[in-house]
Design a protein around this ligand. Structure first.
Ligand SMILES: [Zn+2]
Length: 362
């Protein structure tokens, strides 16, 4: 299961695609089966409009697709393009057989995923026609939160579990792990939990989540200008780039708001269609010292400049002195990577280790 270019115009909500390896001595019979599988299971999903949290973007009716490649194929360059830019139907490597529409793009990319680094996700589905609040055993959920080797299972800042998807979905839960055996153990724990609702099935996927496959080398730049725009998002401009930290990114956004012209930062993130870079990782390399006027030696109030080369003066008592500045250290974390809070992180982004996060103290 691969997560793909998050800005793809006709993407689905989770922006994922799945590939399955099938082995057969009788391809004709398999293709007949795939025809009916397509017709009975996938094609009926065509035209459904998924309501999205991102209501500002234009919605398209779902347009699923399926492709069959006779041999195992792998293409690292094509796969990586599919994480970083829009891919058109016309540029897909030709499949031996294909069904449906736009979904063929994701399907073809999933098949070509070289799987060089991978993580796991155990997914369980609700019983058919069950809707509304998901029932997950509370104790089992807490046990999984404590389990070593899982990631993106919890947002401590919001004190909430990220196991269950939000909104309308046949998925009951997804547990992301570094190792397959932990995914298996965690899924069984949750399914066997007393208060967990019955599941119709579950499966472990190999995924490209948390691999950072979508990122390049960090970009280093000198901050020229910081602006907080409507909605609380922060724009950082340098001579060569424009970066965005979204309000939802929590600590990252707060940190960005405190940057000043002359600070040196390093950033990693995808280039959005408007050419701004959406920050997924940031590290401060150098902070300009904060300059301020000294305090008045007589009454301890701040002194102010009287104009160019005219020295400084206390507004309260009138004490004068030569023009000078004092420098103050700025209390921001340097040389540590910061990333958005878990609930607003991209599926593809690799979490910084807990130890590193604890050192940050912001
Ligand atoms: Zn004074």
């Amino acid at each position: 299961m691969v997560r793909l270019w998050p800005f793809a115009v006709q993407r689905t909500r989770g922006n994922a695609a799945v590939a399955v390896e099938l082995k057969t001595d009788d391809e004709d019979t398999l293709l007949t089966f795939l025809d009916s599988y397509w017709r009975d299971v996938i094609q009926p999903l065509q035209g459904a409009i998924e309501s999205s949290e991102h209501s500002s973007r234009q919605q398209y009716p779902s347009d699923p697709g399926m492709v069959w490649f006779r041999e195992t194929v792998s293409d690292a360059d094509f796969y990586r393009r599919g994480l970083r830019e829009e891919i058109q139907l016309e540029e897909l490597p030709p499949a031996h057989k294909s069904w449906g529409g736009i979904g063929r793009i994701g399907a073809t990319l999933a098949i070509h995923w070289p799987c060089e680094s991978k993580t796991y996700e155990a997914i369980a589905w609700r019983m058919p026609h069950v809707a509304g609040q998901r029932q997950l055993d509370e104790k089992a959920t807490l046990d999984i939160d404590q389990l070593e080797g899982t990631f993106l299972c919890r947002d401590d800042r919001l004190q909430s579990s990220l196991l269950a998807p939000r909104g309308n979905s046949p998925v009951l839960f997804g547990i992301r792990t570094w190792e397959e055996k932990i995914a298996r153990h965690a899924a069984q724990t949750l399914i066997e939990g007393k208060m967990t609702e019955p599941v119709s099935g579950w499966m472990i996927f190999e995924t490209n989540q948390a691999t950072n496959d979508h990122l390049d080398e960090p970009i280093e730049c000198i901050v020229e200008h910081i602006e907080t725009i409507k909605g609380g998002h922060t724009i950082i401009k340098s001579e060569t780039h424009q970066f965005v930290a979204f309000r939802e990114s929590g600590n990252l956004a707060l940190l960005c708001q405190q940057l000043k012209s002359g600070d040196v930062i390093e950033c990693l993130g995808l280039i959005a269609p408007d050419q701004s870079i959406h920050i997924e990782f940031m590290r401060i390399k150098h902070l300009q010292p904060q300059r301020h006027r000294p305090l008045c030696p007589v009454c301890n109030k701040s002194m102010a400049s009287m104009g160019a080369n005219q020295g400084i003066r206390c507004k309260k008592c009138g004490h004068k002195s030569e023009d000078n500045w004092e420098e103050r250290e700025r209390n921001l974390p340097q040389h540590v990577w910061i990333q958005p809070s878990p609930s607003s992180r991209r599926h593809l982004a690799k979490p910084i280790s807990v130890d590193e996060t604890r050192q940050n103290n912001i």
